[in-house]
Design a protein around this ligand. Structure first.
Ligand SMILES: NC(=O)c1ccc[n+]([C@@H]2O[C@H](COP(=O)([O-])OP(=O)(O)OC[C@H]3O[C@@H](n4cnc5c(N)ncnc54)[C@H](OP(=O)(O)O)[C@@H]3O)[C@@H](O)[C@H]2O)c1
Length: 294
């Protein structure tokens, strides 16, 4: 049975997610017994929470939460397994938070830790330490056993998140979806900023100018779903405007036209049921022909 009373959590990897978890755990009145920074970083046993070596931190913890970069998780799990006493004096749960990575990254701890699970917040943490960014966020829970999942759900709820169970073999596609929604969206904002710069807008002003448009679009998608949130020339079947956009893109970096064409075809897929057949054909030919794909 994993402990739920007087829980002591050690966070290994105080980066963007790890430092946010530290703040969130403390806000939830859960003790962060230690932080383990990267081997190159300074330790400080007098800090609150103390920054300790892995072997000292693990000795104090009921939950070992590994928030290092994905490629490092398995190596750190080996280190945790080596640091834990055998047999365990108390049940210890081991967690990672990779969206893509399997529970197998914690394989070195199987048969050692009492619980093996992953808690992946479906959120973007661009800066460390702001607990508010974690509040009310969906949290994917993956566990080796039903008891591990139950513990993960409980912990996610304590952090003010909305837990949902995710099968280990579903994680790669789940993560692809998350990266598409968040990371590729950021890349699109960067392209929009460069196009504004080509129109003479100072780069520093671009994000602020685009902010209301972006916020309303995101709210519309959340409220109405992508199909009913779509506006603009493709949604209207406005062939002339799409032709004008493509002509403009001929004067820009070729990657912008590639992005425009492929995402406009995706928009056309959404809008097609509401457009007449001739308009759909005209738009598809225009968007495909420009790439020489016909
Ligand atoms: N950021 C997000 O939006 C987000 C969202 C969901 C899930 N995640 C997951 O969270 C995990 C961490 O991602 P992140 O974005 O927070 O990464 P990050 O900002 O790069 O933080 C990683 C932290 O781990 C430290 N570290 C590296 N190797 C270590 C080691 N051997 N021992 C102890 N600490 C070590 C790094 O220290 P140095 O900087 O000194 O190297 C850094 O503080 C990943 O599994 C990621 O998939 C991230």
């Amino acid at each position: 049975m994993l402990p739920r009373e007087a829980l002591r959590v050690c966070v290994i990897g105080p980066g963007r997610l790890g430092a946010t978890l530290v703040a969130s755990l403390r806000q939830a009145d859960i003790v962060v017994s230690a932080i383990v920074p990267s081997p190159a970083a300074a330790l400080d046993p007098t800090a609150d929470p103390p920054r300790l070596l892995l072997r000292d931190a693990v000795a104090l913890a009921d939950v070992v939460w590994i928030t290092v970069p994905d490629d490092e998780i398995e190596t750190v799990a080996h280190g945790v397994a080596a640091a834990l006493p055998r047999p365990l004096e108390r049940p210890v749960a081991a967690l990672h938070s990779s969206g893509l990575g399997s529970l197998d990254l914690l394989a070195p701890l199987r048969g050692v830790a009492a619980g093996i699970l992953c808690l992946h917040p479906l959120q973007s943490f661009a800066a460390p330490g702001d607990a508010a960014v974690l509040r009310d966020v969906p949290m994917a829970v993956t566990g080796d056993t039903p008891a591990d999942v139950a513990f993960g759900r409980w912990l996610a709820e304590r952090l003010g998140c909305r837990p949902f169970e995710l099968a280990d073999d579903a994680k790669p596609l789940y993560h692809l979806a998350a990266a598409t929604a968040s990371n590729l969206f950021v890349a699109l904002q960067s392209e929009a900023g460069e196009l504004l710069a080509a129109a003479g807008v100072p780069p520093a002003a671009a994000a602020g100018l685009l902010a209301p448009l972006v916020a309303t679009t995101a709210a519309n998608v959340a409220e109405r779903g992508p199909s009913r949130a779509l506006t603009g020339p493709v949604a209207r079947g406005d062939v002339g405007t799409v032709r004008a956009h493509l002509a403009l893109l001929a004067g820009q970096a070729p990657r912008f036209a590639e992005t425009y064409r492929s995402l406009s075809l995706e928009a056309l897929h959404l809008a097609a049921p509401r457009l007449d057949d001739d308009t759909v054909r005209a738009l598809r030919e225009l968007l495909d022909r420009e790439e020489g794909r016909l």
